[in-house]
Design a protein around this ligand. Structure first.
Ligand code: HEM
Length: 168
């Protein structure tokens, strides 16, 4: 068995992680929109607790798994292409979105009823657009040579990493 044999498994792990991550990112803004004390104290407490658990025990671990599996895929598949760097830029947007969701959940918890829940429409639109761009980049793998990516970013440098990457 060579290291490249694990690529399909890593991809499966990567895609499972990002499906759960993105699913939770879609659900959470809609759950946060229900963070309204007007819905009654029992429902308010339940939706707040479920949002917190979904963020902490579903969205964040799934994001970590997707990012770690994706990073290994870069190293093993030696993908050093402009589309990948552009994809990582949009993954950064997804990470910023993730951080915004976490910040909003904490703000609701700490403002004891003073917080106004955000409307879910705009966040859902931003998320849809970001995922669409990422999937287009990773599936179409466009050339994008015109972006002027420096040569050192486009090929392996053969330097020793702080850890060993098994050779093929
Ligand atoms: C830091 C985060 C990420 C890294 C480092 C990463 C990296 C990678 C790499 C290197 C591949 C293999 C490409 C190939 O085999 O040619 C891959 C595949 C894939 N990635 Fe990611 N990725 C990340 C996040 C995401 C996100 C957030 C999405 C979608 C929302 C995504 C969707 C996919 C899909 C669908 C594939 C399979 C493509 C195929 O096999 O043709 N990735 N990723």
């Amino acid at each position: 068995m060579t290291i490249t044999d694990i690529v399909p498994h890593l991809k499966a792990l990567h895609i499972t992680g990002l499906l759960i991550w993105c699913g939770a990112l879609f659900a959470l803004p809609n759950m946060m929109a229900r963070h309204d004390p007007a819905i009654g104290i029992a429902d308010y407490q339940r939706i707040r607790r479920v949002s917190h658990y979904t963020y902490t025990f579903v969205a964040t671990p799934a994001a970590v798994i997707a990012v770690i599996a994706g990073t290994w895929l870069i190293l093993i598949r030696e993908v050093y292409e402009p589309w990948l760097y552009l994809k990582l830029l949009f993954v950064a947007v997804l990470v910023a979105f993730h951080a915004w969701v976490g910040r909003t959940i904490v703000a609701v918890a700490e403002s004891s009823g003073m917080h106004r829940p955000p409307a879910p429409g705009l966040p859902t639109g931003v998320l849809c657009g970001t995922i669409l761009v990422i999937l287009t980049l990773v599936l179409a793998k466009p050339e994008l040579r015109g972006l002027g990516i420096p040569d050192w970013l486009a090929e392996p440098q053969g330097r020793q990493l702080p850890f060993d990457v098994p050779s093929r």
